[in-house]
Write a protein that binds this ligand. Structure first.
Ligand SMILES: [Zn+2]
Length: 185
């Protein structure tokens, strides 16, 4: 069974929401986490949620991923850690292999925007000023990651999928890098 399936079967939406500090009212409603909600319009069920105002709908993994700003895989891992769901190594490996095109693009976009932020922050104020190493490094890295993003946006969906599969190591490293960067920022 996949980690996603295991978590969907075992975790309870309401317990999860409360665990992450969301107050759930007696009818199981909360303020929607997908839109700016003044009155609770998102209903939590045992295994899914639905917002009656903006129509957001999904399961425990997309809920956690939105709430904590994580990818689906990270959200699943986080739930597994916080709720003691066992994940075997083979399950982990399986998930690592199947990074989707969407996830790969999201990773790249996120990392590119961090790099752009760094580049602008450390950009020399005048031509005379010495270049900050972070500025140089972010410019150099931007070239690489923007190039990958272009490659990934090129071609049919099948080709994009193939590209993610082929560059699995690159994307796994990027994932690790992002996790580290997020902690440092
Ligand atoms: Zn909503």
């Amino acid at each position: 069974m996949s980690i996603f399936k295991t978590i969907r079967n075992e975790a309870n939406m309401i317990a999860v929401a409360e665990h992450y500090g969301i107050s759930v009212n007696r009818s199981g409603f909360i303020n929607c986490i997908f839109h700016n909600d003044k009155h609770p319009s998102m209903k939590l069920y045992k295994d899914h949620y639905h917002c009656f105002s903006c129509g957001a709908h999904g399961d425990i993994i997309s809920f956690t991923s939105q709430l904590l700003g994580l990818s689906s895989y990270e959200a699943a891992q986080r739930l597994a850690t916080d709720f003691g769901v066992e994940i075997s190594t083979t399950q982990k490996a399986k998930i690592r292999k199947s990074l989707s095109v969407y996830e790969a693009k999201t990773l790249l976009r996120e990392y590119i925007s961090i790099l752009e932020e760094m580049r602008d922050k450390y950009c020399p104020a005048s031509p005379k000023e010495e270049w900050h190493p972070i500025f140089c490094d972010s410019v150099r890295q931007l070239l690489i990651y923007q190039y990958y993003y272009e490659l990934l946006s090129f071609g049919s969906y099948e080709e994009q999928k193939q590209f993610v599969k082929q560059e699995r190591r690159f994307f796994n490293e990027l994932q690790a890098k992002l996790r580290y960067t997020r902690m440092a920022v």
